[in-house]
Design a protein around this ligand. Structure first.
Ligand SMILES: *[C@@H]1O[C@H](CO)[C@@H](O)[C@H](O)[C@H]1NC(C)=O
Ligand SMILES: *[C@@H]1O[C@H](CO)[C@@H](O)[C@H](O)[C@H]1NC(C)=O
Ligand SMILES: *[C@@H]1O[C@H](CO)[C@@H](O)[C@H](O)[C@H]1NC(C)=O
Ligand SMILES: *[C@@H]1O[C@H](CO)[C@@H](O)[C@H](O)[C@H]1NC(C)=O
Ligand SMILES: *[C@@H]1O[C@H](CO)[C@@H](O)[C@H](O)[C@H]1NC(C)=O
Ligand SMILES: *[C@@H]1O[C@H](CO)[C@@H](O)[C@H](O)[C@H]1NC(C)=O
Length: 482
């Protein structure tokens, strides 16, 4: 019975392709629509061949209890073995682009660029070839949260500046090995989230938590810029691609109507933290970050600000070091002022931020338009690739909430495009149900359902994937039905 109903709904979507609705936007031919994934979340094959140990391998094996539902990425969706099937799924939806990531520990098992894993590189060559053979643009990210365990042990993590050159060496290997067939590179995913995850807020010891966080982003920005310049100096003339990075961009709405100053400060401490050093005229961190963090540092008796400063050389080296901006957008938060206490700003920024949307509960499509327009207005309208947007649902095939989400977010993106925002892509997070980090397998973001209890990790298209296919067939949004 369920299957019959689903079939009826699929027929309904097919019939929408020819339905003329002048109010629904068209998707321009050169605009890339796609779906995404990341290595640790889908590949599995954690110990094949000469692959090194990743930080998440170690963490999930040693700290299973931390992953509420248990679980790890040992097998995940097994995309390492099933990549051809995944490419066919992308193709079945007529998607233009696949945004995926490369596992550092699979390519450089020891971290040394002298020890490139032939099998590791071959896997990504196969995936890229398979995508190209099926007319899908490969859009790889070099680093999506998945550090090499041995480098973490050697350096203590990204708060250590020596990570910059380890990353530069890795980037060069990828450009050399895979660059001939890749035109869109992303260096680092969500610097602001990664550094926030690893170095949590700590009210009792703000210096400890925040200074490590700031140094982490500082070093990731340098690492990104190193990769960008290596591309310019050694590969761009022959490979002719683009290199950028990804920010997780939250939309901030003031609690007190009209308090635009607060939402601007919150934006500067989040998207601006990553964008300002690269996309502003003057480079370096946003002024309000420099001021407030210096004030708090002084109030705590530190002799210098815990926000590191770029030397003039690094400022110049980082400024302009991106051909585009990648954004991931999921969240709208409300912000309210918190007065200084004992001479300190709350949380360094002086604001309390509270999430209004959480993946899977409430949607706020205006949020994506708001960040796109703010990026356009504050940073000279850079080319923007939206690389993640979507929502989690439980284990259902009838994911009408996801269709609702995608419809309204895509509509908002098209509206921002019409308002002159230079947007080049929209990739759904995610292609497949995946290992969602600390949420384990409980949050399902996929257009495609994966049976994690089946040894074959069977893939089944959800209703949203048929909706997506119908959209892509007409390159025009279609109505929703729920
Ligand atoms: C899917 O959900 C919609 C609305 O929630 C419902 O009307 C429809 O019957 C469901 N279809 C199936 C196959 O369960
Ligand atoms: C790889 O890990 C699996 C568990 O996921 C284990 O069963 C298998 O023995 C390991 N293989 C090797 C070669 O270590
Ligand atoms: C993770 O496991 C290690 C080794 O068992 C332990 O020392 C550490 O405290 C654990 N960390 C967390 C966050 O549970
Ligand atoms: C930083 O990493 C290097 C290895 O590259 C290590 O020798 C050094 O001790 C680390 N510094 C800190 C503070 O952990
Ligand atoms: C916060 O810092 C204090 C003091 O250094 C420490 O005792 C505590 O464990 C930290 N809390 C967390 C959650 O890291
Ligand atoms: C798993 O997939 C293979 C290849 O597609 C198939 O031959 C096999 O029957 C499947 N196993 C099960 C248990 O479904």
């Amino acid at each position: 019975m369920k299957t019959v109903l689903l079939a009826v709904q699929i027929l309904y979507f097919s019939s929408q392709v020819s339905a003329v609705d002048p109010n629904l936007p068209e998707i321009p031919e050169n605009f890339l629509v796609g779906a995404g994934s990341s290595a640790y979340q889908v590949e599995g094959a954690w110990n094949v061949s000469d692959k090194g140990e990743g930080m998440w391998d170690r963490w999930t094996h040693n700290n299973a209890s931390y992953f509420g539902s248990g679980g790890n990425g040992d097998i995940a969706a097994d995309s390492y073995h099933k990549y051809k099937e995944d490419v066919q799924l992308l193709k079945s939806m007529k998607l233009d682009v696949y945004r995926f990531s490369i596992s550092w520990s699979r390519v450089l098992p020891t971290g040394s660029p002298y020890r490139v894993s032939r099998d590791g590189i071959q896997y990504y060559k196969n995936l890229i070839n398979e995508l190209l053979a099926n007319g899908i643009v490969p859009f790889p990210t070099m680093y999506h949260f998945d550090d090499l365990q041995s480098l973490m042990e050697k350096t203590g993590g990204w708060a250590n500046e020596s990570m910059v050159e380890y990353f530069a060496d890795y980037a060069r290997v990828l450009f050399r090995e895979l660059g001939p067939k890749v035109k869109h590179w992303t260096t680092i995913n969500e610097l602001n989230i990664y550094c926030g995850y690893i170095f949590y807020h700590n009210e009792t010891d703000p210096d400890l938590a925040f200074s490590a966080r700031y140094r982490c982003v500082h070093n990731q920005l340098k690492a990104h810029a190193r990769a960008y310049h290596i591309y310019n100096e050694e590969f761009r003339s022959t490979q002719g691609g683009q290199v950028g990075l990804v920010v997780h961009s939250t939309n901030y709405v003031p609690v007190v109507a009209g308090d635009v100053e607060s939402s601007k400060i919150a934006f500067d401490f989040d998207t601006g933290w990553i964008m300002h050093p690269i996309f502003s005229m003057e480079g370096g961190y946003p002024e309000v970050m420099k001021q407030r963090i210096a004030e708090n540092s002084r109030a705590e008796g530190l002799s210098s600000s815990r926000l590191p400063e770029f030397s003039p050389e690094w400022t110049d080296y980082i400024r302009g070091s991106s051909d585009y901006l990648g954004i991931n957008h999921f969240v709208t938060s409300v912000v309210e002022r918190v007065p200084k206490r004992n001479g300190r700003w709350y949380d360094d920024l002086g604001l309390r931020r509270t999430q209004l949307t959480t993946s899977g509960t409430r949607i706020y499509p205006e949020g994506i338009g708001a960040v796109l327009r703010q990026i356009r207005d504050e940073y000279y309208n850079p080319p923007v690739y939206i690389l993640e947007n979507g929502m989690a649902e439980g284990a259902t095939f009838n994911d009408t909430d996801r269709i609702y989400h995608l419809h309204f977010y895509m509509k908002e993106v098209m509206s921002a495009l019409n308002d002159g925002c230079d947007i080049r892509s929209y990739a759904v997070w995610s292609l497949l149900d995946s290992f969602e980090w600390v949420a384990g397998y409980t949050q399902r973001f996929g257009l495609i359902h994966v049976d994690f209890n089946h040894p074959n990790r069977t893939r089944t298209p959800k209703l949203s994937s048929y909706w997506m296919k119908a959209v892509m067939e007409g390159r025009k949004l279609i109505p929703i039905w729920r």
